[in-house]
Design a protein. Sequence first.
Length: 397
Amino acid sequence: MRQLAAALMMAGLLSPALGQDQAEFERCLSGLRVQAMDKGIAAATLDRALAGLKADFSVLERLDYQPEFRTPIWDYLAALVDEQRIADGRERLQEHAAVLAEIERRYGVDPATVVAVWGVESDFGKNFGGRPLLESLGTLSCFGRRQSYFSGEFIAALGILDEGSLAADKLKGSWAGAFGHTQFMPSTYLRLAVDFDGDGRRDLVDSIPDALASTANFLARAGWQAGLPWGFEVRLPDGFSLAGEGRRSKRSLAEWRQRGVERVDGLPLAPDDLGAGLVQPAEEGGPAFLLTKNFDAIYSYNASMSYGLAIAHLADRLRGGGDFVTPWPTDDLPLDRAGRRELQTLLTERGHDIGPIDGAIGARTRTAILAEKRRLGWEETPRAGQKLLRALRGEAQ
Ligand code: CA
């Protein structure tokens, strides 16, 4: 039934508020208020936070959105680790060198890794997400398919207000409730955020030292070991079987070496007793990696291989490392954000209404890409790659 409703909603045939109205929301909030009181949150905090709170039913569409188009890992990485983000990250490393050095002393996490998380999570504070957390989390607590998870986060957000570190108008973030420079969920904030600048408040929104130290604290608590690399890109012998291997199937580097696995940069696989798991993220081939427990710590920030590799690779690039050596298995290389903006500009010039030229490939840009590929007689996929950019560039000249 929900699928039918979602389909009708997408087709614009049904208001998202069917069976879900403000009155039902307020009844549900009364129940959540009791739970929050049980957790020790002050009545005055709840009065202020919950009075007049409106549901935001648009978040339910995001909850049920099943992307019909999965982004290949090489496109994902190209958008998150590009020349612009590397240059910006190096500037941030300089600018915050003193605080990053102090964070490394205290938590054992190096500056490049901390700054890479910041760059991937919020583009160094440029992209926090603008949805009021209490509205989104309150709505997701009362409607939709993950109410018990989101009600825990909603009550955690009320706990943040009760602590007094952040005002309600600062609690804005993604539709799912992640907020601040390093996009913590409220429960993660309560467990792991730290006051690093010493003003008595744990502020992940307006204090860069607090946000960066909280990230390092997260990684340290997730098992980060100082001085250990996240892993290496490796070359596999011909016919090597990856069956049964994976991030969690760790073997010693000595064993990997005996099986013929080598680092692509020619350096020795060492030390012998370091455990690492082998992955090749693209099913069709491409780069392979040995991953240590420091990668697992990054992975626990957001359980996704593409995401973990984006942070690990950005950290390497910030330290002066190069691109992956083994090419991704595609004949249509991905676009970085500058390439995406140029493609959007060319699509706009051809009369497509794609909205702002922001380098983000959303639904309208994909529709325009499909139309252009149809016109060119190409395979109709909504993917933005270098082939289409070159074709449109050629026609524009
Ligand atoms: Ca602080």
